[in-house]
Design a binder for this molecule. Structure first.
Ligand code: PEP
Length: 255
């Protein structure tokens, strides 16, 4: 059985002081959770301070992006070995906000995923359709293209290490959650696609998170879907109580 993994994407929010306060509350409130992997992804400037709070905790540390080259004349970028050096374990790649505002493409997602693999970082690769694509019945085509691009040239062994986050763009930060049935349908499609691109073993191993307005009220029902293996949480991960409740409510699903 795949272990649920719930990650908080803090985006461009929280000063380092606020990040430390939040993660201190999370560490205390979630210390008894053993059956769900938990990750927080603060802004880059807060990573080391958050890391220091997380020592000897059950919460993993993630970054929100990674550059594909290790070093060189790439002003403003942060590379995988540098993230690894400060204790980062996970990295979000290809979030829709990066695709929308920073020119991220399936090709650059693929380069970042390869860099993360080379340096032992676990990628959380985001895919998802915009509303116009869903309304035009293009969701599966979009997801297929994004997955084929993101995972191009990856071996089965490499693919098993990847976490996919299905995030319908129309549900991110809008309060509009995909219904559990809508989300399950796409998660099942992604799993079938992994069988087609790789094999049944890879398809059954890869964890697929759902993201898009996940909150304490809907997390248990979403997590109870057979192909949903966790959540990538934006807005609700900025409040300790809400993020803790999302995780605690999801624990009931694993019991
Ligand atoms: C996200 O940004 O990955 C996300 C899912 O945001 P929200 O939970 O706020 O919709």
């Amino acid at each position: 059985m795949r272990k649920l993994i719930i990650a908080g994407n803090w985006k461009l929010n929280k000063t380092t002081k606020e990040a430390v306060e939040l993660v201190t509350l999370l560490k205390r409130g979630l210390s008894d959770v053993t059956d769900i992997d938990i990750v927080v992804c603060p802004v880059a400037t807060a990573l080391t301070d958050v890391r220091d709070v997380l020592i000897e905790s059950n919460i993993g540390l993630g970054a929100q992006n990674v550059f594909w080259e290790d070093s060189g004349a790439y002003t403003g970028e942060i590379s995988a070995p540098l993230l690894k050096e400060i204790g980062v374990q996970y990295v979000i790649i290809g979030h829709s906000e990066r695709r929308q505002y920073f020119g991220e493409t399936d090709e650059t997602v693929n380069k970042r995923v390869k860099a993360a693999l080379t340096h032992g970082l676990t990628s959380i690769v985001c895919v998802g359709e915009i509303l116009k694509e869903r309304e035009a019945n293009k969701t599966f085509n979009v997801i297929k293209k994004q997955c084929e691009g993101a995972f191009s040239d990856l071996t089965a062994e490499e693919m098993e290490k990847i976490i996919i986050a299905y995030e319908p763009v129309w549900a991110i930060g809008t309060g509009k959650t995909a219904t559990p049935a809508q989300a399950q349908e796409v998660h099942k499609y992604i799993r079938d696609l992994l069988t087609e691109l790789y094999d049944e073993n890879v398809a059954q191993t890869v964890r697929i998170q759902y993201g898009g307005s996940v909150k304490p009220e809907n997390s248990a029902e979403l997590m109870s879907q057979p192909d949903i293996d966790g959540a990538l949480v934006g807005g609700a991960s900025l409040k300790a109580e809400a993020f803790i409740d999302i995780i605690k409510n999801s624990c009931s699903v694993t019991q």
